[in-house]
Design a protein around this ligand. Structure first.
Ligand code: ADP
Ligand code: MG
Length: 701
């Protein structure tokens, strides 16, 4: 085994000179043999099959034909000038058309020769032709060489101009392939390979470019995907295990009066079984002497807040301070209001601190925190951005986490010699595969049960021409004493237009729902905070029936009497945002409704989003669709996760394999986290090569 083989510069492949080498480096990041080998095909064309000309239909992508050329001619003038060859087989005749290279083509074809033709048919006025096909003489050798699943590679316009189109890259792969003689080191232990019945890496890297059969291709894909997922998980799980080993945490040894009194006397409802289970998981965690890093996943309305509160009570029972952070001021202040009510009878000192708390009040709060008088602090995420000094902070809740990753958690760790326990609560359910990776270093709890008596929200999709019906419906509901949200998109790039939409919408609603019978609140991000609060509070208190808003109300806001959510320009929202918004209703006892307003014409993707919303209320299901539609790259938080380094595995499609790979990685971490055993040497070597990822997780610990 020559470990350097894969690091050989790309110029050593036949057919790559200095110019193409430069191009491969610049355009595709291919510097070495390894890079070329892991430049995987994006699809395969089945060239084992020959079609008859009379079988051609519009839904065939690439096809292969065999026949003779009975006539050629040059047609048209100037730009329309083209070379046409008529290919005939036993079933019919089809035109092959070229707009370039005409001189060269003239006289190239002879009548007696049989040709293999490969290309993508075009339909024009019911007639098929094949533009710019590949044509080869149907010699025995050509037929043998080409009768296979043929790999297709992505390339760029400028590469195509240098002959590095899909076929050109395929040729390079062929040239590299002949150099491979058992110089591709194995990177998994024999046990892992055996346990999961994987083919060798070398075999996989050959089959992926030159599959000998669909079955072997499948095995090659599985093996290479496994490699990517396994090493990503191994990295995350080793990090987690290292973290657990080196960081000690506060021991919350008891559950005391605050918790017990609250549970027995003041809890306003019976906890769901899921809530009980999660609280128990947390209780166990915080007693171990290790720092807790736990993610609570739960759909909107599943009751995460009470879980957070009861966990904080355990901290206080053990003489520590706790803090809860939310992403926006509005949300933080709602939490503060709600939690204050709940803990009032316990005599707990709870305070509110955000960036907008200034002057004397701020100074006083900071002093009380440092003295340990304040037991629970509620605020925005800014609390860890601009550190505030606690006397003995033992427990941190991060609510509705959106953009809150590894970085920020590590900040908490650095601030204290013993870091507080951390409970992260997700804003939106995320697919399991993503959770395992984005939050793979956390332990997870899932609240998979809604409080009893909730009526599922009914969702309708309406187009603008049904607006009158929608308004009539709002009127009915208000007459029943309910409240209504009307939400407009506000997206940075088109902020001005959006704001105008919102204001116009507000004005037209004012005309439809005039004073004094109706009152309308308006909230958007451009308002001053006290204005915003004032408008919010009016709605919360039921003084206004309609709340017109941008997505500032997206997360957390809780007004149980609001039972209709109208989302304007719903096609401009992503699925998770739509689900979040919808979650603002359905919090009370009444039947709630969500109306998605869109224009009549919709893209295919928007249609799927609307259908999904109408079909299900299940946030996890919605998040899966979202992942499939958008791909992991567009989902928040993935940038630093290593997911985007995946070349062949796909988190949307390879969920099962991810679970398997994660289990395999966990087994390694449990038995030999430092990869010291001889049988795990291949993995150790591979990791030290650092060939597969740019992400630096060393900051986390
Ligand atoms: P989320 O998980 O979206 O943060 P919340 O914690 O805001 O949800 O809870 C949503 C609503 O459900 C709140 O009004 C809360 O008081 C209520 N709630 C929570 N748990 C229960 C329960 N076990 N039984 C009844 N109502 C509950
Ligand atoms: Mg919440």
């Amino acid at each position: 085994m020559k470990p350097d083989f894969l690091q050989t510069p790309i110029e050593y492949v036949k057919g790559v000179g200095p110019q193409r080498g430069e191009m491969l480096r610049k355009e595709l990041g291919i510097h070495t043999f390894l890079h070329l080998l892991t430049y995987y095909p994006y699809r395969y064309v089945d060239r084992t099959k020959f079609f008859n000309i009379n079988e051609i239909s519009a839904d065939l992508p690439f096809i292969q034909l065999r026949g003779t050329i009975i006539k050629t001619e040059v047609l048209g003038e100037k730009r329309a000038k083209r070379f046409v060859a008529y290919l005939k087989d036993a079933t019919g005749i089809i035109e092959l058309v070229w707009f370039q290279g005409i001189k060269w083509l003239e006289g190239k074809f002879t009548g007696a020769t049989e040709y293999i033709v490969f290309g993508r048919p075009n339909e024009f006025h019911g007639k098929f032709s094949i533009p710019h096909p590949e044509v080869d003489v149907a010699s025995e050798e050509n037929i043998r060489l080409q009768s296979a699943l043929q790999a297709m590679y992505n390339s760029s316009e400028s590469m195509k101009n240098r002959g590095l189109d899909s076929k050109g890259i395929f040729k390079l792969q062929q040239n590299l392939n002949v150099l491979i003689h058992t110089n591709i080191p194995e990177i998994l232990s024999e046990k892992v390979i055996r346990d999961h019945r994987l083919i060798s890496r070398e075999e996989a890297l050959k089959q992926i470019h030159f599959p000998q059969s669909p079955a072997l291709l499948k095995q090659a894909e599985t093996r290479l995907k496994f490699d990517e997922l396994f090493f990503l998980q191994l990295k995350i799980l080793r990090q987690k295990s290292y973290h657990k080993a080196v960081t000690s945490g506060f021991v919350f040894s008891k559950v005391g009066n605050f918790f017990n009194d609250f549970y027995k006397q003041y809890l306003p409802f019976e906890l769901t079984n899921a809530q009980k289970r999660v609280i128990k998981e947390i209780r166990v965690d915080v007693a171990t002497g290790k720092q807790m890093n736990r993610l609570v996943q739960g759909d909107v309305g599943s009751g995460k807040t009470i879980v957070a509160l009861m966990s904080m009570l355990i901290a206080i029972d053990n003489g520590f301070q706790a803090c809860l952070m939310a992403p926006t001021e509005i949300l933080a202040s709602q939490h503060f209001e709600g939690l204050s009510q709940l803990v009032k009878p316990l005599g707990i000192k709870m305070e509110f601190l955000t960036g907008s708390v200034k002057g004397k009040t701020r100074a006083r709060l900071l002093q009380e925190l440092a003295d340990g008088d304040i037991q629970i602090l509620v605020g925005t995420h800014a609390l860890i951005e601009n550190p505030v000094i606690f006397k003995n902070l033992g427990f941190v809740v991060i609510d509705e986490q959106h953009r809150f990753g590894v970085e920020q958690r590590s900040k908490l760790h650095r601030k204290n010699s013993i870091p507080p326990h951390v409970l992260v609560m997700t804003a939106t359910p995320i697919p399991r595969t993503l959770a395992m990776t984005l939050y793979g270093d956390l332990d997870t709890s899932v609240i998979d049960e809604l409080p009893p008596g909730r009526k599922p929200i009914q969702t309708r999709h309406m187009t603008d021409n049904q607006r009158l019906r929608m308004l009539g419906f709002i009127r009915e509901q208000i007459a029943l004493g309910r409240q209504v949200y009307v939400v407009y998109p506000l997206i940075k790039e088109s902020e001005k237009i959006d704001l105008k939409n919102l204001e116009e919408g507000f004005e037209s609603l004012e005309r439809e729902f005039p004073l004094p019978e109706y009152r309308i609140s308006i909230v958007h991000g451009k308002q001053k905070n006290d204005r915003k609060d004032f408008e919010m509070q009016r709605f919360v208190k039921g003084e206004t029936q309609i709340m017109v808003a941008t997505t500032v109300i997206e997360v957390g806001v809780n007004v149980p009497n609001a039972s209709i959510m109208v989302i304007e320009n719903a096609e401009r929202f992503g699925l998770s945002q739509l689900h979040q918004l919808r979650g603002r209703v359905g919090r009370g006892a009444e039947q709630s409704y969500c109306v998605l307003m869109t224009s009549f014409k919709l893209s295919r993707e928007s249609k799927i989003r609307m259908e999904t919303m109408c079909r299900t209320n299940d946030g996890f299901e919605i998040s899966e669709v979202d992942l499939k539609l958008r791909g992991p790259g567009d989902i928040e938080g993935t940038q630093q996760s290593g997911i985007l380094d995946l070349r062949i595995a796909d988190l949307a499609k390879d969920q099962q394999l991810l679970q398997i790979a994660r289990n395999a990685a966990q087994e390694i971490v449990d038995t030999d986290a430092n990869l010291e055993r001889p049988e795990n040497l291949p993995m150790k070597n591979f990791i030290s090569m650092k060939a597969f990822s740019k992400t630096d997780w060393s900051k986390v610990a």
